[in-house]
Design a protein around this ligand. Sequence first.
Ligand SMILES: [Zn+2]
Ligand SMILES: [Zn+2]
Length: 158
Amino acid sequence: MNQQQLKKAIRFADVKCATSGGKLTEKRQQVLEILLKAKKPLSAYELTDQFNKVMDAPILAMSVYRILDFLESVDLVHRLKSENKFMACSHANDGCQHQLSMFLICSSCNKVIEMNDVNDKVKALFEQVEFTGFTPSKSQLEITGLCCQCKPKPPKTN
Ligand SMILES: [Zn+2]
Ligand SMILES: [Zn+2]
C-alpha cells in the first residue's frame, strides 16, 4: 500500500468511526496503519511489538487488544479466528457488506485474501438460514489452503 492509498484508507476510517459514533484516536490510527501496511495478518503481540518499535510512546498489549476490539466493531479490522490474528479490512474504500466475510488463508506463506464479493451461493445460504427464523449475526468463513503462488506447479509436458 503506497502513501496515497494509506492516506485514503485513513480518511475512510476516520469517517467510518465518526458514523459509528466513535473516534479514530491517534493510537487507533497508528494501530490501523500498521495493519494496513502489513502484508500478512498480525497477532496482537506482533502488533504491539511493531508499534513499540516505530512509536516513541510505548503501548501495552492490553491497550492494543482494546483498540483492536474497537476497530473490529466498526469493520475496519478483521480477526481471523483460526489464527487469532488481525488484518485490516480490504474494503477500505467502499461500503462493503460484512454480513459474511470470507477469508482465504494460505497455509504455506500465511498470506490472507479477503474475498471482495461473497458469491451468490453464500448469500443464498444465508437467506436460507434466515428463512428458518434464525437471525445470523455477522459471521465469517475461513478457508485454508494454498494460494496461487504456493500451489505446486503442474509438471511440464513438452
Ligand atoms: Zn472486510
Ligand atoms: Zn501462499
